[in-house]
Design a protein around this ligand. Sequence first.
Ligand code: AMP
Length: 431
Amino acid sequence: MSFESLGLLPELLRAVREQGYESPTPIQAQAIPLVLEGRDLMGRAQTGTGKTAGFTLPLLQRLAPQASSSASPARHPIRALILTPTRELAMQVEESVRTYGKYIPLRSTTIFGGVNINPQTKALRAGVEILVATPGRLLDHHQQGNLNFSQLEILVLDEADRMLDMGFIRDIQKIITLLPKQRQTLLFSATFTDEIKQLAAQFLRNPASVQITPQNTAAELVRQVVHPVDRERKRHLLAHLITSRKLEQVLVFTRTKHGANRLSEQLDKDGISSMAIHGNKSQPQRIKALEDFKKGAVRVLVATDIAARGLDIDQLPHVVNYELPQVPEDYIHRIGRTGRAGSEGEALSLVCVDEKGLLKDIEKLLRKELPKDIVPGYAPDPSIPAEPIQNGRQGGGGRGRGPARPARGGSAPAPRGERGRHPSRPGARGK
Ligand code: AMP
């Protein structure tokens, strides 16, 4: 299978070639022809499968013919809207639009909360054909009269499951009422839950469905190892692994933002430069952390699940699950950060006695047992009893303490319909 055989325009093939892609990934091979035909599409695929190019390439092609023939170059109506759950993903998707659309005269921009609204307003007023947005900020712009969707042809809902998890359902419904009924709609989601199916039934017309199962993505490409260890010794084992194996660019996952902060501080004390990235950090802080990490100034990035979604880091060599996620699918998302389309990666999981059940759930989802490797000197003490993991926090005396915390730690959703909606409103006002 080649990109040429998918019927893509020479301008797109050129851009793809420049990226060094040799052949389409499975999701691309399946999705591109369907989108080019104009079909609505439900795609089950997570980050790391090449899904972004899977919808971006045909989207650019469908918008391309009229782009250069526009009678008035000053007019650039919004013709495609791509909704994403997070700022990071929005930025990443728009970067893909620019990369693949390098030889196609279409304009794009991205709008998301947490940053000054004015430059975004300016970009919108100048005119863009392709808009990548998070739902809350999009509605802010709508309220300010900055958006006109009358010429919209294509809507993409990217990581729809995550948007629902984050309580964006009402926002999405509202946004869709602003769009023309006659349009092409593409929905991508890592899982097809009943909620997602309902959403699709509501907004998609006779959609084609393409599915990429975990088995033929990350789970196959990534070398996965479990290091059994005592709860209290995880931190030392992590430092030991990083220094003894000289690991660079390590993405470490914790369940809670508190845990992310604490671990990052501890690593710094151990002489390992690190930063924590999670939902509480401001946008500039996150961008800075990501940039420092990418250029190697920071060796370890400690992240919670939602903060890491859509992080634009290619071919990360090492992912460490410092704590296993409570939702087994999150494990797949996490290790999807490494071993991305074509390159091998490594995912290490530090698992203590409390997490045996979580590990079982993950192995069930993967339909295979993960190899266990006890690091010399870090064998778990069999006399230590398991403690329940409460509200994302691992035992260690944390039982029964404090008010209930969200189950997914730093990344947990607030009540539906609330979260994600204008978390960053202050300061975003005023023109
Ligand atoms: P995504 O799943 O869209 O986040 O893409 C994952 C990574 O795969 C990105 O870094 C892309 O640059 C890369 N990628 C996308 N398509 C291909 C391809 N056909 N061959 C090799 N790498 C690809």
